[in-house]
Design a protein around this ligand. Structure first.
Ligand SMILES: [Ca+2]
Ligand SMILES: [Ca+2]
Length: 73
C-alpha cells in the first residue's frame, strides 16, 4: 500500500466525521453515534463517547474525533 499523505488522511477523516455528524453542526453527539452505528450496543457507544470527548462537553468535535481515530490508525 502506498503511504497516505497528511492531506489525504485529513480529508478521509473529515468525510467520515461529516457522515456521522447527521445535522452538520460540526459536532458528533451521542445520539448521532447511535444513529450511525445502530448495531453497536449502547455501552460500546458510551465508552467511545467518553473516550473521545477529551474536553467533556458531551459532544465530539472534529479535533477530538481525529485524535480518537488516530489511535488505531
Ligand atoms: Ca451534529
Ligand atoms: Ca468534546
Amino acid at each position: 500500500m502506498s503511504e497516505e499523505s497528511a492531506d489525504q488522511r485529513w480529508a478521509r477523516l473529515k468525510k467520515r466525521f461529516d457522515s456521522i455528524d447527521g445535522d452538520g453542526d460540526g459536532f458528533i453527539t451521542h445520539a448521532e453515534f447511535r444513529e450511525h452505528f445502530p448495531h453497536l450496543p449502547a455501552e460500546a457507544i458510551g465508552a467511545l463517547d467518553t473516550e473521545a470527548d477529551a474536553d467533556g462537553d458531551g459532544r465530539i468535535s472534529f479535533e477530538e474525533f481525529a485524535r480518537l481515530t488516530s489511535l488505531d490508525a
